[in-house]
Design a protein around this ligand. Sequence first.
Ligand code: PEP
Length: 269
Amino acid sequence: SSSRTYFIGGNWKCNLNRKEVIDLCKGLASTDTSKVEVLVAPVALHLALASELLSKTKIHVSSQNVSATQKGAYTGEIAPDQLVDYDIKWSIIGHSERRSIYHETDAVVQAKVKNALKHGLSVKFFIFIIVCLGETKAERDAKKVQEVCLGQLKAIVGGIEKNQWDQVVIAYEPVWAIGTGDVCGAKEAQEVCQLLRFAKILYYVCSNINFLKDNVSGPVANATRILYGGSVKADNALELIQQPDIDGFLVGGASLKVDSFGGIIKACQ
Ligand code: PEP
C-alpha cells in the first residue's frame, strides 16, 4: 500500500450540534494531516458550515448520502450537482445503516454510484465517492464473507466506468464491527481488502472481452484506495494500517472527538 496515499474518513452520522461542529472543525484545522488525505462527513444541514470552517485546510467535506436522481420532485433528497454547487465534492454511498435501516438495496447503491459519477454534457465537475460494503455477523458465521462482499462489489463495479475509478474509494465495513467496539482482526480485514482489490480486476476481465487489448484494470485496481471501517480507534489503527491492502479507515464513533480522530490520523502519517 506504500504507493497509495492513506485516506481517513470521519463519518459523523446523525451526531453533533452547531457548536460541536465548530469546535471539532477548529480542532481538526490545527491537526497535522500533511501526509494523508482526510475527509469528514457531517449531516447535510452542517455541510456548508463545516466546509467554511475547513476552507483553509486540505480536509475534504463529504455528504453522508446522495440522491439516485438529478434535481426535481424528490422530497428530502440532495442531488449530486447541488452538492457540487456548494463545493461539496464527496459523498459516502451504501453505508450499512443506509442499507439496513433505509432498505437501500444493491440496485439502489448502484444507481447512486452511477448518478454521482455521471458526467453531464454541461457538467464540468464530478463528485468523488466512498462506497461501503460488508457482511453481517450471521453471514460471517455462515462463512459467506466472500460471497456477500463480492456480490456487493459486483453491484458497485457495475455503476463505475473504467475511467471513473480515480473518483472512487472502497470501504470494507463488516456490519458486526460497526459501533460495537468489536474490531475486525487485522489479518481478517486484510484478507477481504485483498480479495476486493483482485476481484475488481476479475470483474473487468469477465465483463470486457477486449480486456487483453485494453489492459488498464490491473493498474487501476492497484491505485484504488480500500479502507477498513468498524470500531477503529487510535490504539488499533496501527496494526490495521500496516496491512498491505488496507489504505486507511472510515471511522464513526472515534471521529467525533479531535483527540481520538487525531490519534488515528497520526497512526497513518
Ligand atoms: C461507520 O459507521 O462507518 C463506522 C465505522 O463506525 P464505528 O467507527 O463507530 O464503528
